[in-house]
Design a protein around this ligand. Structure first.
Ligand SMILES: [Zn+2]
Length: 183
């Protein structure tokens, strides 16, 4: 009985081939060149992603969809689905102005990156966004005699974190009082 040589599937074209060495994974120079180009393109893409990610401030609590994709490598459709399902708190400030809660995305898609070994503690300001520590947008409008749209405008202007629960949008009392009723 003749033993047939062990065949492998080429990692690029998926065709069966007889490997020259145990380490061969490509059937031809063409396929190995294609794989090299692919790796190079991927590396470049990853470098571009990192450069963009570096420009997003660490203390930004709410992210746009493109920012979340850059930071967490999550597919757009996945993000929108999680937002629709209410698993990621989000606020819709208008067309293409969905802002999603960074912490919630972080919890679901932890960044695999190594953290710099500087031992530097993060200085991110933390807010309590529990409903009892917050006003709803309607409450703010009523309390300070302004329109809902003005409230949203100021929230954006001062980068105040917000949280949506059901149909209500909450903002921390401390931050809101700071704007409208500074002591
Ligand atoms: Zn091949």
């Amino acid at each position: 009985m003749v033993m047939s040589k062990i065949q492998k599937n080429c990692e690029v074209c998926k065709e069966l081939f007889i490997p020259k060495t145990v380490n061969s994974v490509y059937c031809s120079k063409n396929c190995s060149d294609a794989a090299y180009r692919q790796r190079k393109a991927q590396k470049k893409k990853e470098e571009q992603r990192k450069a963009l990610a570096d420009r997003i401030p660490d203390d930004r609590l709410y992210l746009s969809v493109p920012e979340a994709i850059i930071l967490f490598g999550v597919a757009k459709s996945t993000l929108y689905r999680l937002v629709r399902q209410g698993r990621i708190p989000a606020i819709n400030l208008g067309t293409r102005l969905v802002r999603i809660e960074r912490k919630a995305v972080e919890r679901m898609f932890p960044i695999q990156e190594e953290t710099p070994a500087t031992g530097k503690k993060s200085t991110v300001k933390l807010y309590r966004l529990e409903p009892e520590d917050c006003y709803t947008i309607g409450e703010i409008a009523q309390k300070f005699g302004i329109s809902d749209s003005s409230v949203y405008k100021h929230i954006r202007k001062f980068s105040i974190p917000i949280r949506q629960i059901g149909k209500y949008v909450y903002a921390p009392k401390t931050e809101i009082d700071n704007i409208y009723d500074p002591k």
